[in-house]
Design a protein around this ligand. Structure first.
Ligand code: DAH
Length: 349
């Protein structure tokens, strides 16, 4: 029974010795030591021929059992070691494929354009069309057709940039307002008219915190057979609520413009405070914000463009786009719009 005892002894040690191998090389060593040619199992195999024939099948079966068990244990251990090896390599040889992002700034529309688009969208929603006209304009459209006589101080060279100054009949200037498009449009279209006119305007203003020689306005004009001041108030109050928020109140103050009668200035309630808080950064305690000029189109303007003031009535308004954007966003210096300082611009993506 000596061989059986040897083989049982191997069976008993196999799990521990194989389990102790902590790499492929020591696993091979353990195999050699347990079942290799020079191991006790090798001796038993070689001695089979000399065994008592009655004992041979018993020892043979035990040999099989040993080699099957050792194969199983070795296979298990090998898979385990391979897995550990793979994990170790994954960890130590991992390549960091992440890189700092390539930071590319995406541009956006200028705040003035965004503001024009927003104003246009509100009036488009009311059915207004969008018109435009030349920036190099005739004195006739910029002034005369708008009931502004040659003697009006706004027509002085000190106020208006002339391209050709002197003869009121064909003097060419950079338009000081978008209002001339009122006259141009009516001259070439039959009533009813519902248009807004966004665009650039020019004046000889020196640059400071609230003036630029080039700025933007949006003109509005509605003409039909029965347009009233109530239409003007309702439309502009709606605009104010859309642009500044639903709780915005509107107030009209009497004013004067040559091309409207009566004329008014529109104030809107401060959207930033509950009305007249002394240190409100937007209204500075006034509670109201001056917004735009407006009024009922003067009959003289209708006559100048060939409309019959006994047939039609209308209202008009003109607002400064820079002012709208400044009030709305709390911008305190108009020069921000032209400095191209990206620290300013990126705040309005
Ligand atoms: N054009 C005027 C300006 O530049 C603004 C204005 C006031 C336009 C009243 C209008 C209006 O159409 O009715 O100051």
């Amino acid at each position: 029974m000596e061989p059986i005892r040897i083989l049982d002894d191997i069976l008993a040690r196999a799990a521990d010795e194989i389990g102790a191998a902590d790499d492929v090389a020591s696993l091979d060593e353990a195999i050699t030591k347990l079942v290799g040619r020079d191991s006790p199992v090798g001796d038993v195999r070689r001695g089979m021929g000399a065994l008592d024939p009655g004992l041979r099948p018993v020892v043979g079966a035990k040999l099989n059992e040993v080699s099957t068990e050792v194969d199983r244990l070795v296979g298990e251990r090998r898979r385990r070691l391979e897995l550990e090896e793979t994990n170790r390599r994954l960890e130590t040889e991992a390549i960091d494929v992440t890189l700092p992002e390539v930071y590319r700034r995406i541009g956006s529309l200028h705040l003035i354009q965004q503001t024009i688009d927003e104003i246009s969208a509100i009036f488009s929603g009311l059915g207004f069309g969008i018109a435009d006209g030349p920036e190099a304009e005739l004195g006739w459209y910029n002034f005369d057709a708008l009931n502004t006589p040659p003697t009006h101080p706004a027509r002085l060279e000190s106020d208006t940039m002339y391209l050709d100054y002197g003869d009121p009949l064909d003097e060419m200037l950079l338009r000081t307002q978008t209002s001339p498009v009122q006259a141009r449009w009516m001259e070439s279209h039959e009533p009813p008219v519902h248009i807004i006119v966004p665009g650039k305007c020019y004046r000889t203003d020196a640059i400071d915190g609230s003036h630029l020689p080039v700025f933007h306005q949006v003109e509005g004009l509605a003409v039909d057979t029965d347009i009233t001041f109530a239409d003007l108030k309702g439309t502009l109050a709606h605009f104010a609520r859309e642009f500044f928020g639903p709780d915005t109140a509107a107030r009209f103050r009497p004013a004067f413009f040559p091309f409207t009668e009566p004329s008014a200035e529109l104030d809107v309630s401060c959207f930033n405070c509950d009305g007249g808080e002394p240190d409100c950064r937007v209204c500075r305690g006034a509670g109201w914000l001056e917004m735009l000029g407006c009024g009922m189109v003067d009959p003289d303007v209708f006559r100048a463009v060939g409309y019959d003031p006994d047939e039609v009535t209308g209202w008009a308004f003109g607002m400064g786009v820079e002012r709208m954007a400044m009030v709305r966003h709390g911008i305190d210096d108009i020069r921000n719009f032209i400095l191209n300082d990206t620290r300013f611009l990126v705040q309005f993506p």
